[in-house]
Design a protein around this ligand. Structure first.
Ligand code: 5GP
Ligand code: MN
Length: 338
């Protein structure tokens, strides 16, 4: 069920989705809680596309976007709610970037006509139409194909959001899910008006001073394990308070340890006051952190994955670290030459 769709199957499902979008009038777009660049970019690129077709579109997300995305076009259209607003009638719900419906954090979606567009392995195929393509570097790549199938021209706003989705979900072109198609799509977005230098600055160089302080504190407390191949970061609310930061300020920090040559994987433990431990992981090359996440009820991609567990941290940490060390050992055996 969760196999990546073949080329012909992709054509078929893409045509089916195109037809449903053309035949229906009003749409609810949603994506996963704690949205990232791919969920924001995929939703807004599709929203602008549906606008161009004269459709009614509303976007509902469980959480607000990180602050540095707020001045991207159309961000003010996203309604933040934990359930579908009572006044919202839609002919179809388009769920992007979610391996199962609960990832949205938005209640009231069950029983509606759902179109599921996703690239996360293990997608549960919960929609009336399910387009799942694990080979896509970003959900934004799939949305791009859909836009082309709908024959809507790439406006600068649409192109900006497709590029945002790809830039962020490839870890700024670091992850191992990048294909020629990724660059072909980016080329077309640049032709449509995207400025890659400006995008990189907006996405990666928009930190507050508080965030810089937080980065310093997190790296200062970083632990190195497995002869320096695994880096462990810890965060709790007191560190945020000390630096005048919110949880949103932690975005991207997890990638920093990977800039050290020896470090093959990073795990970031975020402990919240309610006792939950949110675990984020990143890795290089063939070190597969998705498999690690799967073992703890989470998911993601080979080089970026996560899950949430009940604490306390000291109790859950050893098993997670042990599993990661094993993943590093296995991944290093097939590491490609640079
Ligand atoms: P992040 O560490 O940025 O929160 O997540 C990295 C990747 O793992 C993203 O693709 C995200 O969708 C996925 N991911 C993170 N947490 C979970 C989770 O609890 N369940 C699943 N299925 N995927 C997750
Ligand atoms: Mn994604």
């Amino acid at each position: 069920m969760t196999q990546t769709t073949t080329a012909t199957a992709t054509d078929t499902i893409l045509r089916q989705i195109r037809d449903e979008l053309l035949n229906r009038r009003s749409f609810l777009l949603t994506s996963h809680a704690r949205p990232d660049g791919d969920s924001i970019g995929s939703q807004l690129a599709l929203a602008f596309t549906l606008d161009a077709l004269g459709k009614q579109v509303r976007i509902v997300n469980a959480d607000a976007a990180p602050e540095h995305y707020l001045d991207f076009p159309g961000l003010d259209r996203i309604e933040i709610a934990s359930s579908v607003p009572a006044d919202l009638a839609a002919d179809a719900v388009i769920v992007m970037e979610c391996s199962d419906l609960s990832r949205t954090g938005v209640a009231g979606l069950d029983g509606r006509y759902i179109i599921n567009i996703d690239h996360h392995a293990g997608n549960r195929m919960y929609g009336a139409l399910n387009w799942f393509d694990e080979s896509a570097a970003a959900c934004g790549e799939m949305v791009f194909d859909l836009i082309r199938a709908l024959r809507v021209p790439l406006s600068p706003d649409i192109a900006t959001h497709i590029y945002l989705a790809i830039l962020t979900d490839t870890g700024s072109f670091h992850h191992s899910n990048i294909t020629p198609r990724t660059f072909d799509i980016c080329r077309q977005t640049v032709e449509a008006g995207v400025n890659p230098a400006a995008m990189a600055r907006r996405v990666f160089d928009s930190n507050s001073f508080g965030k810089l302080k937080l980065i310093g504190a997190l790296l200062d407390a970083m632990e190195l394990i497995d002869q320096g191949r695994l880096a462990v970061l810890y965060l709790d609310d007191s560190m945020l308070e000390l630096c005048g930061c919110t949880h949103n300020d932690t975005e991207g920090v997890i990638n920093l340890p990977l800039t050290a040559r020896e470090i093959q994987a990073v795990v970031f433990f975020k402990v919240s006051a309610d006792g939950l431990v949110r675990v984020s992981m990143r890795s290089k090359y063939d070190v597969d952190v998705r498999l690690v996440a799967n073992g703890f009820g989470g998911g993601g991609h080979k080089n970026a994955a996560g899950f949430t567990v009940n604490g306390p941290l000291e109790q859950v940490r050893p098993a997670i670290v042990e599993r990661l060390v094993r993943a590093i050992g296995e991944g290093l055996q097939t590491r490609p030459e640079p």
